[in-house]
Write a protein that binds this ligand. Sequence first.
Ligand code: NAP
Length: 247
Amino acid sequence: MQLKGKTAVITGSGRGIGKAIALKLAQMGANIVLNDIPASDTVDSTAEEFRREGYNVIVTKGDVRNENDVEAMFKAAMDAFGRVDILVNNAGITRDMLMIRMSEKDWDDVLDINLKGAFLCTRAAAKIMIRQKSGKIINISSVAGVMGNPGQANYSASKAGLIGLTKTTAKELASRGITCNAVAPGIIKSNMTDVLPEKVKENYLKSIPLGRFGTPEDVADVVGFLASDASNYVTGQVIHIDGGLVM
Ligand code: NAP
């Protein structure tokens, strides 16, 4: 499972799961393209950490819902490393609220970043990967997109949409040597889940057969496999990383 000479673009990788994925792919030998929103300074300190470890890394600040930002992101990747072999569509947000009280803006923001952002990045990456006749696209979905979750109409719709996007991408690009898979993490320790009320966390724990929340590294390990040649005969799949929560 080596990625020497390959280049990976990971969206929303200044912190959290995206950062853990970027670190895993760097440890496997890939050149790393970190991305975060323009206002982020966490991504700069993440890049510094990577450089101190001797990893090849660039930062491209840009909003995944903005077509021009996405085009600039892939141009920067090509200028720096001359190829893009791996795309991880990780950037994502939540704006939780029961559906009857959910604002149109919160619906649009979540769908735009989580789903349209992945479409724009996949389209840009695919143009490069088709020329290369190879590539690995990995979408970070969620168990919420498989089983639904009260308070997350926008989020679960975006994550279910990502699963549809994954399968269509896999079918459209298979003949070009490109695979596309999704992972569906369960409850992963991160900023996104730190804010959950204790009672909600306790209830989730009771329904996880492995008896613990996941870590960003649990997600990164599976993404590392999907980014490597070890997964060459796997496409269009949704791999759950949830301690058995959904089965
Ligand atoms: P996080 O800590 O909030 O990180 C999300 C990252 O995405 C941040 O770096 C954020 O930037 C960035 N981002 C937000 N909007 C963006 C945009 N428009 N363009 C580019 N980057 C943007 O969340 P996380 O828990 O690591 O989640 C990462 C992914 O895993 C998400 O897709 C999430 O839905 C998915 N997931 C998480 C869990 C979980 O339990 N945590 C479970 C299932 C799936 P800032 O730092 O500037 O805000």
